[in-house]
Design a protein around this ligand. Structure first.
Ligand code: KG4
Ligand code: ZN
Length: 340
């Protein structure tokens, strides 16, 4: 990478987190996130509320990111923003804000694909963190995405597998809802899974060809299972919650690992990077570590703050595109279904 002295502001607003980050060359100086608590009581993200909360949060979040980085906006070289994919109302807030700021400061505007952000987060300079070599496989697992991507260069990516219905994080969250857990349920299922028996109950894995995923059948299977068991014993869930969580998590991780093994087999690539909120899951982390021993994989798991939705990942893509002078025009439009 270049040794120029480049400061870039990254802005992320694709879902329910308003985030801003300043990157100096490859290093993150600030990474600020305003989470929207408002969605918890609805058990999921409500798009209209998300958009309104972004409007309220964006100025304070950007101001704080600049302050924490100890720079003024006049020192910025470019503004990078998430163009998509995501919720249209949410994307529009970040997009219009980024456009006006870049226009006002008369500096380049850089559009960023959120999914590329999750993957290129591995290229943030961090002491002691080894970046994956090209080509590598990236598995993005979150509440909004589930993909396996073959990454041959910073901007040479091919999606080789993805979900045909729910994302893996939704599988955790919707299962948790059936069990009466709060939203998002992933972290609690993980915590309880560590205290339970993963083989207590078995759930049918979906049959999807190739490298694609499906999680909606699993959710239905769990619903019927719980309905059946509670008919016989109304206290079934509370009496067996840890075992149920462990069994659900075991099944979901099994699905992810089966596809990952197939992807390695098909591509011959053994360097594997993960990203997205579900990478925090202790079971998937352990399964990947085991894969290093069992299959000779090398795995890459970035710091937690760079795996969930954040603006540091948008800033690093902004920096890489800045070096390529790959800028956007002022008429660039947000795109809810933007592809890699
Ligand atoms: O990346 P993220 O913060 O937001 C997007 O969805 O883009 O991911 C949130 C998802 C939620 O579905 C949440 O339940 C899940 O990540 N999650 C977990 C864990 N921590 C977060 N799922 C399983 N185990 C965890 N420890
Ligand atoms: Zn995301």
């Amino acid at each position: 990478m270049s040794s120029q002295n480049i400061y870039i502001l990254g802005i992320e607003s694709s879902c329910d987190d308003t985030a801003a980050s300043v990157i100096h060359n490859g290093r993150i100086l600030s990474n600020v996130i305003a989470n929207q608590k408002i969605h918890e009581e609805y058990g999921g993200v409500v798009p209209e509320l998300a958009s309104r909360a972004h409007q309220q949060n964006i100025v304070p979040v950007v101001t704080q990111a600049l302050k924490k980085a100890n720079i003024t906006k006049d020192e910025l070289h470019a503004i990078a923003f998430t163009r998509g994919p995501g919720l249209m109302g949410s994307l529009l807030v970040g997009t219009s804000f980024a456009k006006s700021l870049a226009y006002g400061l008369d500096i380049p505007l850089i559009d960023v694909n959120h999914m590329q952000g999750h993957i290129l987060a591995h290229f943030i300079d961090e002491d002691g963190y080894n970046k994956p070599p090209f080509p590598f496989l990236a598995m993005t697992i979150s509440g909004g995405h589930t993909q396996i991507v073959k990454v041959s260069g910073y901007f040479d990516m091919e999606v080789i597998g993805e979900t045909i219905d729910d994302a893996v994080g939704e599988a955790f969250d919707k299962s948790g809802k059936i069990l009466g857990l709060g939203y998002p349920a992933g972290p609690e299922i993980d915590k309880r899974a560590q205290l339970g028996n993963p083989k207590a109950y078995s759930f049918t894995k979906p049959k999807v060809d190739g490298l694609n995923f499906s999680f909606s059948g699993l959710k239905t299977g769990i619903l019927y299972f719980i309905q059946n068991e509670t008919k016989a014993n109304p206290n079934f869930v509370e009496e067996n919650l840890n075992d149920i969580c462990a069994s659900i998590q075991y099944t979901i991780i099994g699905i992810l690992m089966d596809k990952l093994k197939l992807a390695v087999k098909q591509t011959g690539i053994t360097h594997i990077a993960i990203g997205g909120g579900v990478s925090a899951n202790s079971g998937i982390r352990k399964a990947l570590k085991d894969g290093e021993q069992k299959f000779g994989w090398t795995t890459y798991v970035p710091k937690f703050e760079f795996t969930t939705d954040n603006a540091a990942m948008i800033a690093i893509v902004g920096y890489l595109k800045y070096l390529d002078k790959d800028f956007a025009e002022q008429n660039v439009a947000a795109s809810a279904r933007l592809k890699i």
